[in-house]
Design a protein around this ligand. Structure first.
Ligand code: NAD
Ligand code: UDP
Length: 315
């Protein structure tokens, strides 16, 4: 049994990670300020004797004796991270400093939930970890992209300067149950719109692509990365290389929900990346042949069931 701190533990990915860590028999502290997360995501864990919930903001220092830290605290959807961009950068940068400081002091291993956004609007395809990215430092996505890039820098420097035991994982678009229904990300938007027979809003002409990973595959990758040999610090891409255009995604969601929704086209937001696909050779090689198992149709069906129940519950 390990003592494990999960920052952002009440969020979409964090709640699945807490579930899995508790199931695996660990002692878990879930830390969150509930900006985009919700107690609803983890309420079933509250009675568990080895689960602890802490309301805290990572821009303030925090202390606990743990063996491992998963640093996930940060809003991930463009709508939410652009709501208060200064706070988003503070969360990434000051959150990283505070959690790295904690890891250094208590000699814990710490894993950073970085992102494919560090590649920006990539000029090479698929993206390997060696690629440095094509990121606008002053655009509407910069608070998130540059915040996450700076967090990676801090992780590397704490490792080199203070020998902190770090891991960096670059997560590609991930979806599944517990996503915030109004968080504006494409999978949750399309499913909610389809279930309510509302227009499906494609930004741009829908030819931009993303590679969609189901959350269980990510959680497996994160746990393998955290427990990988000490000399493997990453960064490592964790994503599903199966790439779809946004138009294909909309059509698939309509088909699976048997929705009467029509597709409409709206303006493409500034700096919206045209394509994104992970090269996962490194993860396969270093994380015991890790590879995503759940493909889009299966994952969408599970997610549609979740949102369908969610809509029924709030009625
Ligand atoms: P999410 O918004 O559902 O979860 C983020 C959690 O962090 C929420 O519970 C939120 O309340 C909490 N949080 C935000 N600011 C905080 C602060 N200052 N102090 C404490 N808690 C705070 O998003 P998610 O999709 O679960 O993302 C989790 C992590 O994974 C994020 O770091 C995100 O950048 C990263 N990531 C996610 C994706 C994806 O596709 N979902 C892709 C790349 C990276
Ligand atoms: N998108 C869309 N309609 C929506 C929400 C998003 O067409 O209702 C597009 C968005 O412009 C982007 C893609 O879907 O091209 C993925 O968007 P998301 O916000 O999920 O993630 P990110 O852009 O960060 O990869």
């Amino acid at each position: 049994m390990k003592r494990i701190l999960v920052t952002g533990g009440a969020g979409f990915i964090g709640s699945h990670l807490c579930d899995r860590l508790i199931k695996d028999g660990h002692d878990v502290i879930c830390l969150d300020n509930y900006f985009t997360g919700s107690k609803r995501n983890i309420e079933h864990l509250l009675p568990h004797p080895y689960f602890e919930l802490v309301r805290h903001d990572v821009i303030q220092p925090y202390f606990a004796e743990v063996d491992q830290i998963y640093n996930l605290a940060c809003p991930a959807s463009p709508v939410h991270y652009q709501y208060n961009p200064i706070k988003t950068t503070k969360t990434s940068v000051m959150g990283a400093i505070n959690m790295l400081g904690l890891a250094k002091r208590i000699k814990a291993r710490i894993l950073q939930a970085s992102t494919s956004e560090v590649y920006g609007d990539p000029e090479i395809h698929p993206q390997t970890e060696e690629y440095w990215g094509n990121v606008n430092p002053i655009g509407i996505r910069s608070c998130y992209d540059e915040g996450k890039r700076c967090a990676e820098t801090l992780f590397m420097d704490y490792h080199k300067q203070n020998q902190v035991d770090i891991k960096i994982m670059r997560i590609f678009n991930t979806y599944g149950p517990n996503m915030h229904p109004n968080d504006g990300r494409v999978v949750s938007n399309f499913i909610m719109q389809a279930l309510k027979n509302q227009d499906i809003t494609i930004y741009g002409d829908g030819s931009q692509s993303r590679s969609f990973q189901y959350v269980d595959d990510l959680v497996e990758g994160a746990i393998r990365m955290m427990n990988s040999p000490k000399d493997f610090i990453g960064p490592v891409n964790i994503g599903n290389p199966n790439e779809f255009t946004i138009l294909e995604l909309a059509q698939e969601v309509i088909r699976l929900t048997q929705s009467k929704s029509k597709i409409i086209f709206e303006k493409l937001p500034m700096d919206d990346p045209m394509q994104r696909q992970p090269d996962i050779s490194l993860a396969k090689e270093r994380l015991n042949n890790w590879t995503p198992n759940i493909q889009l149709e299966e994952g969408l069906i599970k997610t549609i069931t979740y949102f369908d129940n969610f809509i029924r519950d709030i009625k």
